[in-house]
Design a protein. Structure first.
Length: 201
């Protein structure tokens, strides 16, 4: 006969390090859920969430895959997409053929800009719908409200962007400027000193 006994031992209290790890993982999952709710993939959000709080901020593809518990193929496909959209950037390191990634400066700016563009596309479509029913005697309150709302949101997004860029001029840097800065960061300090000391430069 099998007997079951109830242990009187209390669950181990999480250490500060393990509690932080749990909190980090919850944070990453929350960013993934937000990403999914916005029409992106959860994996995009998880990678962004990981890179936002990673120590150090620059992480290899292997490290991302290991921490998230997913395949390198999944990370490779998702990071490629995130690089194309400007959310993250690929970083090279001397004598290291592996791919490294970090959050691109101004990625929040790009999200706001994307929101403005989405509102603009929706408003244009609803304007078209208004033209289609323009000759109708039947009121289309829902369509009118949708047009007005999208126009309002578009204005708000543009105002937010202008205000944000005034307070944070670095967010207005182009991707090419970010790439140049990243490349400079990856040049060893000694090589940078040699470059500065070259005659005629």
């Amino acid at each position: 006969m099998v007997r079951y006994t109830v242990s009187n031992r209390r669950p181990a209290t999480p250490t500060p390090a393990s509690q932080r790890d749990l909190d980090v993982r919850r944070f990453i999952e929350e960013v993934g859920i937000i990403s999914e709710a916005q029409g992106r993939t959860r994996m995009e959000g998880r990678i962004i969430g990981f890179l936002l709080v990673a120590e150090p901020p620059v992480q290899s593809m292997d490290a991302i895959a290991t921490f998230l518990g997913v395949s390198k193929g999944s990370v490779s496909a998702t990071t490629r997409m995130l690089v194309q959209t400007g959310a993250i950037e690929r970083v090279g390191r001397p004598a290291d053929r592996r791919d490294y990634f970090r959050i691109r400066t101004g990625f929040i700016d790009r999200l706001l800009d994307e929101g403005a563009q989405t509102a603009n596309r929706m408003r244009v479509v609803f304007d078209w719908g208004s033209e289609l029913v323009g000759e109708s005697a039947t009121p289309h309150a829902a369509l009118d409200e949708a047009r007005e709302f999208c126009a309002f949101v578009e204005r708000q997004f543009n105002d937010l962007l202008q205000h944000w860029r005034t307070r944070h001029p670095s967010s207005r840097r182009s991707p090419s400027q970010d790439d140049a800065a990243a490349a400079q960061d990856d040049i060893p300090a000694a090589a940078q000193d040699d470059e500065r000391q070259r005659p005629g430069t």
